[in-house]
Design a protein around this ligand. Structure first.
Ligand code: FAD
Length: 391
């Protein structure tokens, strides 16, 4: 793969917002995360401590939380949002409370989403809002619909309320000119979310893209799915919006497929996932008249591919149909070097009460443990920057 002109190894640009103390903390954290047994023990101990109300929130806050999250509330995140924006990096506020299953909670999230859209409307630094399908509806309802299991009358009205919540958020986004990203989750609930989001795109993406669903490239069927949707969109006259990621639930997906004895929806190898990712990316960039893409990745090679394709296709660096996205606390060398060269870059900035964002933080720790290459790369870059600052 030919590298683009952007140099991701410029650590001065990558870490210019980090103080020496923050850099030391990042180094210490990634060192811990690289140690798989430590992450396993740490996760169990933290879960136990939170369940038994031991006073560990302060410790979590000062370490992993502050590294990977913006704060406990949207207001709390403002200094980080403003600071990143001054360096050309946008923010996507991500209310990362997971696993709630009550209707009152779903309505609260709906309210929270509208407040976030209002918040984004007032701030140039936030062109997107994001939510997870299971933040506004019960996991089991999506699961039943995805498996074509008939719903009871009560469940049908529950599903109707979920549809209304999706409409409400997307309509509000359209009114306020804030694009809505919707995360992808486990494959056994994703069909219901995909179908619903196709309806949202039909309704709200007529002139420009308001709604972005997420394609998980570790699923071997996603390029075909993308092409199929493209045909529908062209025929019916609406635009496609997709966040393209590799996918975060691989172990869970494989374990379930084996346990329930069905063929796994996940690519057999990392190389196959990479091919699927790059093919989806290439397909979308070649069809920019009909699609917008938010590239959610920390992979340098795929990012170089996108940059090269943009050059080949003669697409402007800041074309509003192409965004690059990374998670806060990870891959600053990609985000800040891209922003420095004036590409559209946004960081997912998670926030929420410390104990409620624990599932998100644990996923980050586990992901960085299993994606060992990324952790080692973070460590190497931080080490280089520490050395540079000393000389
Ligand atoms: C802005 C942003 C938004 C995101 N939103 C979502 C979302 O909505 N839903 C979601 O599921 N994830 C989401 N993610 C996480 C994402 O799916 C990846 O887990 C993460 O970004 C790592 O992939 P990568 O492309 O950055 O890096 P890489 O290191 O190149 O890839 C690691 C990924 O490759 C895949 N992989 C690894 N080993 C194998 C193997 N043996 N066989 C097959 N595949 C393999 C896995 O998906 C793994 O996560 C998001 C990430 C970002 C940055």
């Amino acid at each position: 793969m030919v590298q683009s002109k952007i140099d991701f190894s410029n650590t001065e640009v990558a870490f210019h917002l980090k103080t020496d103390a923050e850099l030391e903390r990042a180094y210490f954290l990634f060192k811990m995360i690289a140690n798989e047994p430590l992450v396993r023990i740490g996760t169990a101990a933290t879960n136990f401590a939170l369940k038994t109300h031991l006073p560990v929130e302060g410790l979590i806050r000062a370490t992993v939380f502050d590294h990977f999250c913006g704060g406990v509330s949207a207001e709390d995140c403002m200094p980080k949002i403003d600071q990143m924006f001054r360096s050309g990096v946008y923010s996507v506020l991500d209310y990362s409370v997971e696993g709630k299953q009550e209707e009152t909670q779903f309505d609260l999230i709906l309210e929270q989403m509208c407040t976030l859209v209002d918040f984004a409307d007032e701030k140039a630094a936030m062109p997107f809002a994001v939510f997870k399908p299971t933040a506004v509806g019960r996991f089991d309802i999506y699961k039943k619909i995805s498996a074509s299991i008939p719903l009871s009358d009560e469940e049908l009205s529950e599903w109707k309320r979920i549809q209304e919540r999706f409409h409400h958020i997307c309509r509000y986004g359209q009114e306020k000119n804030i694009a809505i990203l919707v995360d992808a989750e486990e494959s056994w609930i994703q069909k219901a979310a995909d179908d619903l989001l196709l309806d949202m795109m039909r309704t709200y993406n007529k002139d420009k893209v308001v709604v972005y669903n997420t394609l998980q490239a570790y699923r071997w069927d996603r390029l075909d799915y993308l092409k199929h949707l493209h045909q529908i969109a062209k025929k019916e006259g609406f635009k496609l919006g997709f966040k393209l990621v590799r996918g975060a639930y691989m172990e869970k997906e494989r374990e379930r497929a084996e346990r329930k004895n069905y063929s796994s929806p996940i690519c057999n190898t990392k190389a196959d996932t990479d091919i699927q990712f790059d093919d989806c990316l290439t397909y979308m960039l070649n069809n920019l008249d009909d699609t917008s893409v938010f590239l959610g990745t920390h992979n340098e090679r795929s990012t170089h591919l996108a940059l090269n394709l943009m050059t080949q296709l003669g697409v402007n660096i800041d074309d509003p149909r192409i965004w690059f996205g990374q998670l806060f606390g990870m891959s600053d060398h990609i985000s800040f070097n891209l922003a420095n060269a004036k590409y559209n870059v946004a960081k997912y900035l998670p926030f929420g009460p410390v104990r409620d964002v624990m599932p998100y933080l644990i996923r980050r720790a586990e992901e960085n443990t299993s994606v060992a290459g990324q952790t080692n790369r973070e460590l190497l870059l931080i080490k280089q920057e520490k050395k540079r600052r000393k000389t």
